[in-house]
Design a protein around this ligand. Structure first.
Ligand code: SF4
Ligand code: SF4
Length: 229
């Protein structure tokens, strides 16, 4: 092969792909994103929260570009990013008992917590605070799998960027709390599954017993835990 022929061939391949993609694709350029014609994208910005959700089906042809953040791919229920802590809407109490199991099973050891204590120094079955280092979390979901109180779940929110990469990347209890209604909306299939219904009922009983013990106050020597406001 002569000098420079390889480079020329490479350029021709690139040129052919460019032309097929952008010029002679039988209108495919305008039919990207699942088939929608969107030539005026530049002028038509959707309001935050109203971005169209698009999907690439098996019959989609041509260039398929998701113009994030103006467009989004659908979020699948089992897509998981970071853990969240659930509190129950019906009574406002966090489910977590600060048992520390999630912290023990977490492979990169990015969970830690402090146990709530009453004025007499006795422990209350709740976390005083709960931390997850989001930069270290590897999204494995072990914490949610092992939690015996159905208190920690994996969330789908991937938009976690901010302007500071140290302190604000350590999520505390207030950052991690989400309601049971939120979880039911984002994980409808799991929420309605027989396994989770049974688990919720089991956990509810345990929680009621725990709360009754704690609410017994001076007799048990333990103060009532605070509800999430
Ligand atoms: S989230 Fe679950 S496993 Fe972790 S401390 Fe709370 S109750 Fe225990
Ligand atoms: S998802 Fe995995 S890495 Fe992240 S906090 Fe849970 S156990 Fe740890």
């Amino acid at each position: 092969m002569g000098l420079g022929t390889g480079i020329l061939t490479g350029h021709l391949v690139t040129l052919r792909r460019f032309l097929r993609t952008f010029l002679v694709g039988q209108g495919r350029t305008l039919k990207r994103r699942g088939g929608g014609h969107q030539p005026l994208d530049f002028f038509r910005k959707p309001a935050p929260g109203t971005e169209p959700v698009i999907d690439q089906g098996p019959t989609t042809e041509g260039l398929f570009t998701v113009e994030y953040p103006d467009e989004r791919l659908p979020t699948r229920e089992r897509f998981r990013v970071l853990p969240v802590l659930i509190y129950d809407d019906e009574d406002g109490y966090v489910r977590c008992t600060s048992c520390n199991i999630c912290a023990k099973v977490c492979p990169p050891q990015c969970i830690w917590m402090t146990h709530a204590q009453g004025p007499d120094g006795n422990p209350v079955p709740m976390p005083e605070d709960f931390f997850i280092d989001m930069d270290v979390c590897m999204n494995c979901g072990f914490c949610a799998e092992y939690c015996p109180f159905d208190a920690i779940k994996m969330d789908q929110n991937f938009e976690q960027s901010n302007y500071e990469r140290h302190q604000t990347h350590i999520y505390s209890l207030q950052d991690l709390l989400v309601s049971s209604t939120y979880y039911a909306q984002t994980h409808p299939e799991a929420w309605a599954s027989a396994d989770e219904v049974a688990e919720r009922n089991k956990v509810k009983k345990k929680k009621d017993q725990r709360l009754q013990k704690a609410l017994a106050g001076p007799a048990s020597g333990r103060p009532a835990p605070a509800a999430v406001s």
